[in-house]
Design a protein around this ligand. Sequence first.
Ligand code: UDX
Length: 445
Amino acid sequence: MGIPHFLVIPYPVQGHVNPLMQFSEALTKHGCKVTFVNTEFNHKRANSSVGGLDNLKEEGMRFVTLPDGLDPEDDRSDHHKLFVSIKTNMPAFLPKLVQDINALDVHNNITCIVATMHMGWALQAAHKLGIKAAFLWTASAASLAAFYFIPRLIEDGIIDSQGEQTKQQEIQLSPNMPVMDAEDLPWGGFAKKFFPHIVKEMKNLEFGEWWLCNSTSDLEPGAVSVSPKFLPIGPLMESDSNKSSFWEEDTTCLTWLDQQPPESVVYVSFGSIAILEPNQFKEVALGLDLLKRPFLWVVRPSSDNDKVNNAYPDEFHGSKGKIVNWAPQKKILNHPAIACFISHCGWNSTLEGVCSGTPFLCLPFFSDQFVNRLYICDVWKVGLKLDKDENGLILKEEIRKKVEQVLENGDIKARSLKLQELLVDNSVVDGESSKNLEKFINWAK
Ligand code: UDX
């Protein structure tokens, strides 16, 4: 029996590329071969940022590219456009790519395709090619459970066929999962327009024998057991994410952190997609100025849109803080100077924060981020909500108040450290996630 050869293909956003890269590294550490499919655009981008994909060639991982169908100058932060283009253009190229790779590597043909959300067509293609297929879910198991239960939610009249909640109510997806507001179901915000696609996508995902979850039973005991397909293999924390970073990391913030007192700095980052409305941006800036402590804020200037939104108010001093375009987030969260994390609650950031034992302040924007906030604040109790005012804004005073509250609360810090410990145990040799990873690799052989 040869060694398994995986062809892995992420939807080309940072929150999918990073965990799939980490998963690939875990596979190569177990002696597997991985061919990582990037879009041409992202391959160029990652190669020009720190780390560079080409450094990884010798580690059992090879990189290939497929076109995303857009022109070089098209705006890839328009996710609807990107997503439609990929779905329309990429599937035609995949069988030929597999054929070419197999022709070059006759003794080690591709045995399994692993894809992330929105790339379910690749799992269907695997089925047609007679190759095994698995789905890697990059968000929480709870949000996957919500997608999995869509037919039942419609049948029970909790949502309509467009994903809209029929009335305000609390629901429980499965008996061992927390009670949640129906409005926090993970197709909220701009994700709403993807709802019809998600319904179709769930059918494609059926072609995946396993739904690998970047999570653990400790974090989400009820959610990981809603279907026997769910296989928790998280937290994926293999290496620094900078190997697959789309933007150049500003490492000067690490030297700056070295000069700050222990547990003093408030780290602020809203991931790779979310864009703050101008008024909210202003409140965050002024809120940070109100703090009696240093802050490190990631302000990502990626498109013309952002530049308009990211207008610092005239009253903003920022004298106690450092602002960077893109940071080495995992290193930052593990730095002794960090006190707490103001986060959009993207799942990767959630895991990275939890794995570093850092308390959270939650400012979710869309999709799964509301469910993640529920787990952070109400289930694990390792953070606090930032509440909106009657106009839907989180005001500077709220930010100041909650930062103080979260840092004064010794119980929150104690629970954060306890949870961190539990997660580390999962990834060690006999931990649940390591065992599941081995089970998966054996299945692929
Ligand atoms: C997206 C969705 O928004 C999120 O809801 C979903 O759970 C995953 O996909 P994103 O918004 O980018 O992801 O957030 P997140 O999942 O937190 O991923 C961001 C990644 O970028 C993290 O791994 C984080 O470490 C990294 N990052 C972020 C940096 O390396 N540097 C930064 O300055 C900011």
